[in-house]
Design a protein around this ligand. Structure first.
Ligand code: NI
Length: 383
């Protein structure tokens, strides 16, 4: 068996192993140990980052331009319902978002790059990122400082219902900024038959739930993909008592920084003023999540061209109001988020999700080509 064939077999085995043994965000101890073992066996340097789970490996001696490849590694708290021969053996845990694929594909790329280390025009940092689903893993990696010298970063994600051999790549925002709001309307409790003696927070909350949708329909550019969902509302606990408070929470999805600020400011004003209209107060908590995943136009075109050179069909990536914490890397470092077709399936995060592993090894080969070409481009002084 040639070394390349050995690596292909190993990557496929490791993928099935990860699929059988998913670990939740920041609990990826066995996954990390397995990656470490395979990298060390190949003589690849593992950087001392202090990460408790996940790891960063380096190919090249740190000289020349530096790029990074990122694969996330965590699973989800879902009971798997497929009949795959390598179905999850861990109760209530499943790789239902393809992070087993990402980890294995990026491992394959690292092993293949190691074979070419002497002719590599620079350094590749390989990021096995913990806790994409938590979220927060990308920020944990950034806080180690390991990305500080990285000039371009590339991340992969599987995409269902796109055929194997097709990648979805597009410049600009491909996933949304994900923010959470929590609002407590504070009124004054009273007897259900004497609303005049109280200030009813349920009425204020109900008004807010209806009114908040007009931020999207009346204050936003009609061509912008903005979204506000109220997903949780709670107030009172019985039929004849007006409660003191009512609670409303939900999620906001936006594709640009300007829209993100616009929705937040309107939402705050609306909550405050609706509360005031009823003589009440609104406490608004805004919890920012990852920004939109913004693909640099030059690197995104470059990634598409390299895919085409490998005989991969490239289609424009769909817009998606889901979130992706790779966005934190792209906020700091130019690069691209590349979506890899894995055939027809239930959606990701579904208990019956499954992907076609035929896409796996070609993804490793693609990352090798991409890394090599990106280093050459940077060495020539092209941004
Ligand atoms: Ni995912």
């Amino acid at each position: 068996m040639t070394r390349t064939q050995e690596i292909k077999t190993l990557v496929e085995q490791v993928f099935r192993h990860f699929h059988e043994h998913p670990e939740l965000s920041y609990q990826e101890f066995e996954t990390t140990a397995c990656l470490r073992k395979e990298l060390e066996r190949a003589g690849i340097t593992i950087l001392d980052t202090g990460l408790k789970t996940g790891l960063v490996a380096r190919i090249g001696d740190g000289a020349g331009p530096v790029i990074a490849l990122r694969g996330d590694i965590d699973g989800l708290p879902i009971q798997e319902e497929t009949d795959l021969p390598y179905k999850s053996q861990e109760a209530g845990r499943m790789h239902a978002c393809g992070h087993d694929f990402h980890a294995a594909a990026v491992l394959g790329a690292a092993l293949l790059l190691k074979e070419k280390e002497k002719v590599l025009g620079g350094t590749v940092k390989v990021i096995f990122q913990p806790a994409e689903e938590a979220p927060g893993g990308a920020r944990t990696v950034l806080e180690t400082g390991v990305m500080d010298d990285v000039q371009a970063v590339f991340g992969i994600h599987i995409i269902g219902n796109v055929p194997v051999g097709t990648y979805a790549i597009r410049s600009g925002a491909v996933t949304a900024a994900v923010d959470t709001f929590k609002i407590t309307f504070r009124g004054k409790g009273s007897h259900g038959a004497h609303p005049d003696r109280g200030l009813d927070p349920v009425v204020a909350a109900a008004n807010f739930v209806g009114a908040v949708q007009t931020i999207v329909s009346r204050n936003s550019d009609p061509f912008a993909a903005n979204l506000v969902s109220v997903t949780h509302i709670q107030g009172g606990n019985t039929w004849n008592v007006i409660p003191e408070t009512a609670f409303v929470e939900g999620t906001v999805r936006t594709m640009t920084k300007a829209d993100r600020e616009l929705v937040e400011s309107h939402l705050r004003v609306m909550a405050d003023h609706i509360a005031q209209a009823y003589g009440e107060r609104a406490d608004v908590e805004w919890i920012p999540g990852p920004p939109a995943t913004w693909n640099d136009p030059a690197w995104s075109d470059f990634s598409a061209r390299i895919a085409a050179e490998q005989g991969i069909r490239v289609v424009p990536a769909p817009s998606n109001l889901g979130g992706e914490d790779f966005a934190y890397f792209l906020e700091k470092i130019p690069g691209a988020y590349i979506q890899i077709g894995v055939g027809n399936t239930y959606s990701n995060h579904h208990p019956k999700f499954q992907l076609d592993p035929a896409a796996l090894y070609p993804a490793s080969e693609y990352l090798v080509r991409l890394a090599g070409a990106a280093l050459d481009k940077l060495q020539k002084g092209q941004p």
